[in-house]
Design a protein around this ligand. Structure first.
Ligand code: ATP
Ligand code: MG
Length: 569
């Protein structure tokens, strides 16, 4: 490819629309352009990177017996109504109608469509396992599309779906995909950490997210300093405490006036106590019924855990009127003593002695409230949001916190979709059973963004060889010097003949401009041909990642480049 022809409009200035480095560099290096909020056009260099990531994914999916298919983007409403997700998906789903008023959506994911596909053909256990995947655009009308490819409204996903005859088969499919994901991200030059995650609305109960630990991440991960335990904050487990509170003197319960003092911070300042000596009482409405959640003062409630524990469909904080009806006090004074609704307490509440709690009375709190003496709880559960510094639930080590970019996720779905859509098969004993499913997604664009986020310097992108748009750029210092131009052209032709992905910067630009573009786009190897080296019969090679410079006799350049590429790809 000739640089003079390449459609890669580079930008010197950082575009105001881009906050993250990866987003800035993808625009500046001319890899893509914004078409609308959360939607991008890939330019030639960007598309080459995307295609390379897709190719790595294909190879690893094929290696675990995945078979590629391509489903439509536009999906009929009926199958989503069958699964119940037509309503559940809410505003994130792009919906449309055809000329006859029939409803469709732009697929945000494809569990329904693939289940509807196999239900009519898979009849017998002999046809299983079946692993089908596609690489396809997905559409989600995200509330906040941002950060370029990280959170688009249109994005490319590889999604695989597995169908097995039993749990053991699902386990095999799940771990095959899990290990394939490890290889895919490693080949893309990414260091990922699989973390236990919450399965959310998609169904199923076992799931891992593949996280790239990076400041730019929108997720929060807790990982053990000693063992391999890692989980995202939605899922990370809080440790239970022994049944017996740490023995100590139980002081007499006492009411104290706390005029207009309602938050934990205000109460602590006023009473000269610490948040960990307080118990917060949060009133929720779960499927229409009021319940109270008790949490240590310095902890936050994890609503996902509470919802799971209560197995409720809807869960919301009670409004002011409900709170004052239930507690007899305005918001900020609820407490467990004398409260006549089910009380669910986080494990850590067991450890709070002589606690400060709300008095269920305006402008009053209680001191020295004690579990079992002054109040009892309906049940203890793991309800809090785990924090860095908490103990590891596996080994007792200490949990550390880090931000993460979720580049992929694997789920054991079980029979949620096969049951809802009636996708069954006949077992060996002739019994008709729903197919057992798993699903496995990778965000292709988000993977590229994560690579840039973790591989760049002040001059631009540093591509891993495996996904670089081109491997080599040949730069004559001056195209005006016929000797340089000729030597550079000859080298370019030789590299092309060897099948090496090379760009020839044949532009009549100052060398500084050409070098800046080469660094910004991030060609892993730059070959410079200048007057001095030509005199000596030498050529200069610069390695982008290390900035290492080597001078080589002209006739050794091609084998040297081949050596570098073969050693690393
Ligand atoms: P998130 O929690 O970040 O919204 P998700 O858990 O909803 O993502 P999945 O349904 O698990 O996403 O999709 C599989 C993969 O697709 C994700 O791991 C991520 O890499 C990618 N992905 C999801 N949403 C987007 C998006 N809006 N833009 C780009 N990639 C996305
Ligand atoms: Mg996910």
């Amino acid at each position: 490819m000739l640089m003079s022809q390449l459609y890669a409009p580079t930008l010197r200035e950082t575009p105001a629309e881009a906050e993250l480095v990866s987003h800035q560099l993808m625009l500046r290096a001319g890899l893509m352009r914004r078409a609308a909020s959360g939607m991008y056009t890939f330019l030639p260099l960007g598309l080459r990177v995307i295609r390379k990531v897709e190719q790595i994914i294909r190879e690893e999916m094929d290696a675990i017996m995945g078979q590629e298919v391509l489903m439509p983007i536009v999906q009929p409403a009926e199958i989503w109504q069958e699964s119940g997700r037509w309503d559940e998906y809410g505003a994130e789903m792009f919906r449309l109608q055809d000329r006859n008023g029939r409803q469709f959506c732009l697929g945000p994911t494809h569990e329904e469509l693939i289940t509807a596909l196999v239900r009519s053909e898979v009849r017998s256990y002999r046809q299983l396992p079946l692993r089908l995947y596609q690489i396809q655009n997905k559409y989600r009308d995200e509330i906040r599309p941002r950060f370029g490819l990280m959170r688009g409204r249109e994005f490319i996903m590889k999604d695989m779906y597995s169908f097995d005859k039993d749990e053991r088969g699902l386990d095999e499919s799940y771990w095959a995909a899990f290990h394939a994901y490890e290889r895919i991200f490693q080949r893309c030059g990414l260091e990922v950490r699989p973390v236990e995650a919450d399965s959310g609305a998609i169904g199923g109960d076992v799931t891992h997210e593949f996280m790239v630990l990076a400041e730019a991440g929108e997720d929060f991960v807790l990982h053990c300093s000693k063992c391999s335990y890692a989980a995202n904050v939605e899922r990370a487990e809080g440790v239970d405490l022994p049944e017996q509170a740490p023995g100590g003197e139980l002081k007499a319960l006492e009411e104290v006036a706390t005029p207009q003092i309602s938050t934990i911070a205000q109460v602590c300042a006023f009473l000269g106590t610490q948040p960990e000596d307080c118990i917060k009482t949060l009133i929720y409405i779960a499927d229409g019924r009021p319940v109270a959640a008790l949490i240590r003062g310095d902890h936050n409630l994890n609503e996902i855990k509470l919802r799971k524990f209560l197995q409720c469909q809807s869960l919301e904080l009670a409004d002011e009127a409900t709170i004052s009806r239930i507690t007899g006090a305005p918001v900020g004074f609820a407490g467990p003593v004398g409260l006549d609704i089910p009380l669910y307490a986080d494990y850590a509440v067991k450890g709070v002695q002589n606690a400060v709690v709300g008095a269920n009375k305006q402008d009053a709190h209680l001191r020295n409230a004690n579990l079992n003496r002054d109040f009892t709880v309906t049940a203890f559960a793991d309800l809090r949001e785990v924090q860095p510094g908490d103990p590891c639930p596996r080994c007792g080590g200490v949990l550390l916190g880090a931000r993460g970019i979720e580049v992929g996720q694997v789920f054991k779905l079980g029979t949620k979709y096969s049951k809802a859509l009636g996708a069954t098969f006949l077992q060996e004993n002739g019994v008709e059973t729903p197919l057992i499913m798993g699903c496995y997604g990778i965000g292709v664009g988000r993977t590229v963004a994560a690579v840039i986020e973790t591989n760049h310097d002040e001059d631009g992108i540093i591509w891993p060889l495996s996904i670089a748009p081109y491997h080599v750029i040949v730069v004559p210092v001056s195209m005006k010097d016929p000797a340089q131009a000729q030597a550079a052209h000859k080298l370019y032709q030789e590299l092309l003949a060897q099948g090496i992905e090379v760009v020839f910067d044949d532009r009549d630009e100052r060398p500084g401009v050409k070098f800046k573009d080469a660094d910004l786009i991030g060609f892993p190897i730059r070959v410079t041909i200048g007057p001095k080296s030509l005199e000596k019969g030498e050529v200069e090679i610069v390695i982008r990642r290390t900035k290492e410079v080597k001078s080589l006799p002209a006739d050794q350049v091609v084998p040297a480049i081949r050596g570098i590429l073969e050693g690393e790809i």
